[in-house]
Structures are given as structure tokens and as C-alpha cells.
Design a protein. Structure first.
Length: 163
């Protein structure tokens, strides 16, 4: 649930910034039908509420030599708080892990790993991942092709409520 009520203008602002986070305030205001000052005030409120959590550049992984993406399911031995904390801290320190999720199902955690090639993943797997605290089993799924990535969040469910 959002921490604030979002009206149609807020949703337009969010949709526009998801499409292009580099829009100037003047361009954004024009797109959503506001003058620049109220538009900036709304953006600042959305940032303060944590709805807008940052602005990022999208980098081309293959262009940077990071052509292999692996989804790694990790099963841990026990679910003790100390081991879970140690596992999470270790994963947070690995630059190759670009996302980590606690999940339900066969695995306990799902990692998204980005490396240059299979040899680099083998080194990471054998030298690091299998040695992480409480790891019992690892299953690797290699991405063959990315069909959809970094899509804008769906905002249609926010249609209710006013300011």
C-alpha cells in the first residue's frame, strides 16, 4: 500500500518518470498538465514519501562485458536468524549479485547474478557461492534471452483515492 493517496496527476508524474527519469521539471510539468512549481512540489512529496526511491541509468550489460545472467536458487540448511543475517550480509557484499529475494518454493533465496562468461560464473560458484553461510544447495538457471526487463511498474491499481 502506498504511504500516501495518489491522484491522477501523481500517477501521470510517476508514469512519465518511469519512461524517462531525465525529464526536466519543465518538461515533466508540461507532460502532466501542471505549471513547474506545483509539479516540482509533487515530485518532492513523492520522493519524501519514498514512492520515488531514486533515479538510475540503465546500463547495457553485454556492452560492458557482462553477457551472462544466471538466476541462482539457494537452499539454506536452517532458518536461524544468525545464519540468515550472515548469508544476507555475504550476498550484499558480492557485486556480481544484482538482486536477491527471499522466496517460497524449492529455493529459499533467488539471486540474479551477472558475470562476463561461464568461466567467471564457475569461479564465483565454486569459490564463493557454495561457501556462503548455511548454503545447502544451489541450482543455476542460465538466461538464454531476455524477453522483458526493467518494465515500468503497473500503476492502474492506484486509480482510487483522491488527495
Amino acid at each position: 500500500m502506498p504511504s500516501m493517496n495518489l491522484d491522477a496527476i501523481d500517477r501521470k508524474i510517476l508514469a512519465a518518470l518511469q519512461r524517462d527519469g531525465r525529464l526536466s521539471n519543465v518538461e515533466l510539468a508540461e507532460e502532466v498538465g501542471l505549471s513547474p512549481s506545483p509539479c516540482l512540489r509533487r515530485v518532492r512529496l513523492l520522493e519524501k514519501a519514498g514512492i520515488i526511491s531514486g533515479y538510475h541509468a540503465t546500463l547495457d550489460r553485454a556492452g560492458l562485458g557482462l553477457g551472462l545472467t544466471i538466476f541462482v536458487g539457494v537452499k539454506v540448511e536452517r532458518h536461524h536468524e544468525e545464519e540468515a543475517t550472515a548469508f544476507r550480509e555475504a550476498v550484499m557484499a558480492l557485486p556480481e549479485v544484482v538482486s536477491c529475494h527471499l522466496v517460497s518454493g524449492e529455493a529459499d533465496f533467488l539471486l540474479q547474478v551477472v558475470v562476463p562468461d561461464l568461466a567467471a560464473y564457475e569461479r564465483l560458484l565454486l569459490g564463493t557461492l557454495l561457501k556462503l553461510p548455511a548454503v545447502n544447495d544451489i541450482r543455476s538457471n542460465f538466461a538464454i534471452q531476455t524477453v522483458k526487463d526493467r518494465a515500468p511498474l503497473p500503476l492502474d491499481h492506484l486509480s482510487g483515492g483522491g488527495r
